[in-house]
Design a binder for this molecule. Sequence first.
Ligand SMILES: [Zn+2]
Length: 142
Amino acid sequence: MDCIFCEIAAGRAPASIVYQDDEVMAFMDIIPVLPGHLLIIPKAHYRNVFDAPPEITGKLMETAARLAPALRQATGCAGLNCHIANEAAAGQEVWHLHLHLLPRYPGDGFGFRFPSGYGRRASRPELDEMAERIRQALHALA
Ligand SMILES: [Zn+2]
């Protein structure tokens, strides 16, 4: 077992724990992007949203919603991002599903970078075609 988040979940590696129950744990990111940066993980090992049961991913978001007011009060943050990176192309670096709870502050310098060309409004046919492809995949995977 060389998954650091499994080690933390099992209590075999140190972490500054904010919250835990039978299914999830929230602890401070060891390399915080901004003060108050929290990670929420399932205690069971899943690689990311592609292999975790939807209920588990949902539990992460539910926990984020429960922690958000306390995180805001404790940090004085002005905003909050909830982020899950799934696979390397999306920036995943630790291969155990985790949700970032990232307090935001005015002028904090962090942000999403949009691809060049962003800003063009998609046409309705383009959107309808993609929606149809996704609906077909949803049925095929059900
Ligand atoms: Zn793990």
